[in-house]
Design a protein around this ligand. Sequence first.
Ligand code: ZN
Length: 146
Amino acid sequence: MSLPLDELYREIILDHYKQPRNRGELDPHSARVEGNNPLCGDEIQLDVRLNDGQLEDLAFQGRGCSISQASASMMTEAVKAKPLDDVHQLIDIFKDMMRGQPVDTEELGDLEALEGVQKFPVRIKCALLAWTTLEEALKEANGSTT
Ligand code: ZN
């Protein structure tokens, strides 16, 4: 790989933006939550299905800037079929990264490509949108199963 890291990261982000993973809706779902970032006009709708302590499946659709949509696509890949404990841990790690705190990048995989976003404060909310929406969805899903 002779690509500079910045360029490699840009390619990963563009790839997710152009070919979003886990795009669409889920039926049945445990929760459907909408999130938006009015600063940039980003919107996403996220469906999650919980089963037996796991985030069994999830799907999103939305529109907005490449950072917001790529982050959503990467998020779905990173948390799909994972135990909820791991999902919450990853949400925390991602938020720490966006706050510029040192994190264990091994847990992040492709998500590391978004690390550079924290240098651009106006884009941080774009990158975080999918993650805060996921938190909401998990909260709502847990509430609905009790
Ligand atoms: Zn945005």
